[in-house]
Design a protein around this ligand. Structure first.
Ligand SMILES: Cc1cc2nc3c(=O)[nH]c(=O)nc-3n(C[C@H](O)[C@H](O)[C@H](O)COP(=O)(O)OP(=O)(O)OC[C@H]3O[C@@H](n4cnc5c(N)ncnc54)[C@H](O)[C@@H]3O)c2cc1C
Length: 466
């Protein structure tokens, strides 16, 4: 049986990136991917990442002539529910659109050139353990039957199914629950072609937070991807798209060329990513952006820390215990986890506003101001002046009956819970022995915060018989 330093489960964006980063340092890396190469990541065609983040995370940027590259564009604004009051991200980075399957194949090739081995058609089935009951590798199934491989660390990069994490014993410091459909964004992409050949679709691009909908380039100069992400299922997403988004925001006539569907996690990150000989990364650890559910680059904030810490310990001969890997948890919570997860309760409060209320708030710079939304890509920061402006706007909105006290109550509750999450994550334990006391507090807080599905419209749920 061959012995690897790193066994990566899942050969999509996170798995190929991590395999490359480890192999290029000379470590012996094996990736097992359940699909055959031609079938990897086929659920949707186009995805995008900011150029700045691609450079930051050492992701290859295909040049303009490459068939892998579909387009590039400069970030688009956030709009009110009726398509007014654009707010722009202060970063406003150039964004590159790529064909997902082809780009992953490029990432795989780069990992292989650096020395990683990739085994396609190899599906993780379980861990193997050493005589001290510590993870020592994995079993996987191929068309030739079940095989085993030993490794000093197993990295679960298998996306939503989290096939390795969910096989961990209940005694693990890494939670082993399966993601429920209440904690998933169901994404529907409509590839639209505008009937008026003279219009510029890029002038219509934008993000519409109240419907979790957007218009973005599709690679076709006369078209766009009109997309929506919603919890509670695809039928719910389609209902909001057709009966709210398309009715309230006037898009010129278009025909739908094709429709694609896919899922992305919408859940706080797992509390601990590491255990003895184990790490969970990417969608399997729920590292997607709370504002839009994108995860290809946001997951690499944890990835970069993991590469540094794991490499250091792999260079010594000793076993990779959770104590040695623990700084990955602590550093990630400070670098991004705290910002992402504290944003969630506030967003739940904000999306509970009706369309008319949200329109009023955009018009009057209440919460939806350029100052607050300008940095929403990385984490919402609310200054003392922002709070004073919010209070002024809310008081006037309630007096004029543009805002219901109940809505404001939900937003304020969200804001308070955001601050509580921030405080708790600042106090993330320095060592695993203090973890369970912290986890008990975190569980209590998150059970009060609830899930994105709690914000689904009960009328739509009734209409769909859900
Ligand atoms: C419609 C849609 C559009 C999106 N657009 C964007 C975007 O524009 N930008 C962005 O950043 N994010 C986007 N996202 C989110 C993005 O797709 C994910 O965050 C990202 O793909 C996560 O990568 P991953 O490698 O962690 O997991 P995945 O891409 O889910 O990969 C997991 C891999 O593990 C493999 N696997 C599963 N089970 C096993 C097993 N038993 N054994 C071995 N291998 C296994 C799978 O076959 C797969 O290849 C979008 C999501 C959707 C649904």
């Amino acid at each position: 049986m061959s012995m690897y330093d790193v066994l990566v489960v899942g050969g999509s964006t996170t798995g190929c990136w991590f395999a490359y980063q480890m192999a290029k340092q000379g470590f012996k890396v094996l990736v097992i991917e359940k699909e055959e190469p031609e079938n990897v990541s086929r659920s949707y065609d186009i995805f995008h990442m900011s150029k700045q983040e691609m450079e930051q995370f050492d992701l290859e940027i295909p040049d303009e002539s490459s068939p892998v590259r579909a387009f590039a564009f400069d970030g688009s604004p956030l709009y009110s529910p009726y398509g007014n009051f654009p707010r722009r991200s202060t970063a406003s980075p150039t964004t590159i659109g790529l064909h997902k399957h082809d780009y992953i194949m490029l990432m795989a090739e780069r990992a292989e050139k650096a020395g990683a081995e990739i085994l396609y058609g190899a599906s993780f089935s379980d861990f193997i353990y050493d005589d001290k009951k510590r993870i020592a590798g994995a079993k996987y199934i191929t068309k030739d039957g079940e095989k085993e491989v030993t490794a000093r660390i197993v990295a679960d990069c298998s996306g939503i199914p989290s096939v390795a994490r969910t096989k961990l014993p209940d005694t693990s410091v890494v939670e082993n629950f399966k993601l429920s459909n209440r904690d998933i964004l169901y994404v529907v992409l409509y590839y639209a072609e505008y009937l008026d050949k003279n219009l510029d679709p890029r002038k219509l691009d934008g993000f519409f937070m109240q419907y979790k909908s957007w218009s973005a380039p599709s690679g076709n100069k006369n078209g766009a991807i009109l997309g929506i992400g919603a919890s509670c299922g695809y039928a719910y997403a389609e209902e909001v798209y057709n009966n709210q988004f398309m009715k309230n925001v006037k898009f010129p006539e278009y025909k739908v060329e094709k429709i694609e569907k896919g899922m992305t996690p919408y859940h706080r990150s797992v509390y601990s990513f590491v255990d003895d000989g184990f790490i969970v990364m990417g969608d399997a650890a729920f590292l997607t952006k709370p504002t839009c559910g994108e995860g290809c680059t946001s997951s690499l904030v944890q990835g970069e820390i993991a590469v540094e810490v794991i490499s250091k310990h792999l260079r010594n001969d000793s076993f990779l215990t959770k104590e040695k890997l623990w700084s990955i948890n602590k550093r990630y919570m400070q670098a991004q986890g705290k910002d992402f997860d504290s944003m969630r309760p506030l967003l739940y409060g904000i999306v509970s506003a009706s369309h008319d209320e949200a329109e009023f708030m955009f018009a009057n710079d209440v919460i939806f101001s350029q100052s607050i939304l300008g940095n929403m890509d990385t984490g919402i920061t609310v200054t003392g002046k922002d709070i004073a402006d919010i209070l002024k706007g809310v008081t006037s909105g309630i007096a004029k009956k543009n805002l219901r006290p109940a809505t404001i109550g939900r937003i304020v509750k969200g804001l308070m819970q955001s601050m509580e999450v921030g405080k708790l994550y600042d106090a993330y334990p320095e060592k695993p022995s203090d973890f369970y006391v912290w986890k008990a507090k975190a569980d209590t807080l998150w059970s009060k915060i609830g899930s994105i599905s709690d914000t689904c419209d009960p009328e739509i749920l009734r209409k769909l018989g859900m």
